[in-house]
Ligand binder design. Structure first.
Ligand SMILES: C[S@@+](CC[C@H](N)C(=O)[O-])C[C@H]1O[C@@H](n2cnc3c(N)ncnc32)[C@H](O)[C@@H]1O
Length: 269
């Protein structure tokens, strides 16, 4: 069964981590130097809403279409008065035109069927020269083999049936870039980025995380018994070389795009 974002049992699934400091260093050069307003669209538990404040946003709106995720987000960010959470849909945010300077769509677009309308909405509410930061995994990112850092790769090795499921919901880099261009965004940078997801003190801590399916929607496709078999499979990979301090990393693609004027004048005339 796919993950149900509206199920209260999943309300903390996207709250338990902190954003990787290298993620912040990577994005900082592209963000406005002066204070800015940011929208964290599909904010989940607000991990990156917090990170946006640390990156200089004076106000952050965290928006998600799951009321139960927003309960977790409110709790996670209660020390951050500059963050406001609003229930809303990425395709119809209800925000005023040109009212935000930066939009982050992290791990959102693989849940969106109509990418064109999603970017059209972002375009509408972004200020002129505003920035849209999209982060997701392409099919290539997903299919990187498993190793002691890329734990996710083992999920597909153990259960090849998940591959088609995973790939069919992922956009290729070309699809993202074409859809950005179609909505009058100028691509400033496309990055491949290994983001630290979590550091576990031992293998059991990792296995607990896998059992909880925490922040891993693909694992909702497996039964509890299959999850246990997956853990045995991962454990087997390292039986001659036990794991301590496991640094789990995922490979992402990040597209950073600027909102252009609809009819930006060509300097060639
Ligand atoms: C994989 S989680 C990512 C959460 C967060 N951005 C992060 O990176 O930790 C995807 C989030 O997008 C939300 N979501 C999915 N479709 C949405 C839509 N159409 N509008 C708003 N939120 C949506 C889900 O409820 C979920 O919280």
């Amino acid at each position: 069964m796919p993950i149900d974002f509206h199920d209260p049992h999943n309300q903390n699934t996207y709250t338990t981590r902190e954003a990787d400091i290298r993620w912040m260093y990577t994005l900082r050069p592209y963000l406005p130097e002066n204070s800015f307003t940011a929208l964290d669209l599909g904010c989940g538990g607000g991990i990156y809403s917090k990170a946006l404040t640390l990156l200089g946003a004076s106000k952050v709106i965290g928006m998600d279409y799951s009321a139960s995720n927003l309960v977790g987000a409110e709790m996670n960010c209660k020390e951050y008065p500059e963050i406001e959470f609003i229930l809303g849909d990425a395709l119809r945010t209800g925000l005023r035109d040109q009212s935000v300077d930066v939009i982050l769509e992290r791990a959102l677009i693989h849940h969106i069927k109509d990418l064109d309308n999603c970017f059209a909405e972002a375009k509408k509410i972004l200020s002129l020269n505003g920035l849209l930061v999209v982060q997701d995994r392409t099919p290539e990112d997903c299919l990187i083999p498993g190793d002691r850092h890329h734990i996710r790769g083992f999920f597909f090795e153990k259960y090849p049936r998940l591959i088609q499921q995973e790939i069919s919901r992922r956009y290729t880099s070309e699809q993202v870039k074409e859809t950005l261009a179609h909505n009058n965004f100028e691509l400033l940078k496309e990055l491949e980025f290994w983001e630290t997801r979590e550091v576990y003190s031992n293998a059991e801590a990792l296995y607990q995380d896998i059992r909880g399916r925490t922040g891993r929607s693909i694992l909702h496709e497996l039964s509890d018994e299959e999850i246990e078999q997956l853990i045995v499979y991962i454990d087997d990979q390292f039986k001659n070389n036990p794991m301590h301090n496991i640094v789990e990393r995922d490979r992402w693609t990040i597209w950073i795009a600027r909102s252009k004027l609809s009819q930006e004048f060509s300097t060639k005339d």
